[in-house]
Design a protein around this ligand. Structure first.
Ligand code: FES
Length: 257
């Protein structure tokens, strides 16, 4: 697959909650080829620090109009700068990058938290286009973090919700509902994306039931192209580069969360 270096025009930003925004960019080459689970490297600004690019998972594409959707948490200098971008601003993107999700499931379950739900949103679009609505289990600290349920509306079958403080859905982490959901249906692949402790706990339970499980790892990335080793971590029997070998892995390939 070709990697494109492209100048993408911002065509809109939308506030999703106090710390999360959605950005639409015109990037026809990337939108035409990006697969669910892949990411783009965004150069936040050309003029001042931070100079490094930031990896952001693709949250959706509109191929007809060449639009790429990214969802990001405003955390740190780079994403604060990104949050200030206005319609008409141009950002340099490299992508699509990385290895995406296996998409052969007939009865998928998604489990996600935070911006880990962004790539799952695009994966839900992909399944829906083939007439399959995934069940989704999502967790957050509190109700305001579960705005994702509205983004998944119409794209999901059953939606399970959990919050740490019990303000919405079951009280606790996603582990409070996971066993119940796994017992109720025969899922053929479980896709997990979110904080590392959540992915570790969920994948251990899913693999113990002999259900295939994919995870999307998030690590600091310098180059995003397999050259700098900043994203390297321990896989089973080998070192893995999250940017190039992943970010999506089969759960049993991962040794270090
Ligand atoms: Fe440089 Fe992965 S980010 S090797």
């Amino acid at each position: 697959m070709t990697k494109h270096l492209t100048d993408a025009k911002v065509v809109g930003q939308r506030i999703l909650n106090a710390t999360t925004k959605e950005m639409d960019l015109i990037a026809p080459d990337i939108a035409a080829e990006a697969l669910p689970g892949q990411f783009v490297n965004v150069q936040v600004t050309r003029h001042t620090a931070p100079l490094l690019r930031r990896p952001l998972g693709v949250a959706g594409v509109d191929r007809e109009n060449g639009v790429l959707t990214l969802i990001y948490r405003i955390l740190g200098e780079a994403t604060h700068v990104l949050a200030e971008a206005c319609t008409g601003d141009v950002l340099s993107l490299v992508g699509p990058l990385g290895r995406g999700f296996e998409r052969s499931a007939q009865k998928p379950l998604f489990v996600g938290g935070g911006t880990g739900l962004a790539p799952l949103l695009y994966l839900a679009d992909d399944f829906c286009a083939r007439g399959i609505k995934p069940d989704v289990l999502m967790g957050g600290r509190t109700e305001t973090e579960l705005f994702w349920k509205d983004l998944f509306a119409g794209k999901a079958g059953k939606i399970g919700l959990t919050t740490d403080d019990g303000t919405l859905g079951a009280k606790g982490t996603v582990m409070a509902l996971l066993p119940e959901m796994l017992q109720a249906e025969q899922y053929d692949i479980v896709y997990v994306c979110g904080p590392a402790p959540m992915m570790k706990a969920v994948s251990a339970d899913v693999l113990a039931r002999k259900i295939p499980c994919q995870v999307s790892l998030e690590k600091y990335m310098g180059c995003g192209l397999g050259a700098c080793l900043s994203c390297s971590c321990q896989g089973v029997g080998r070192r893995i580069k999250v940017c190039k070998d992943g970010p999506v892995f089969w759960a049993q390939e991962v040794a270090e969360w």
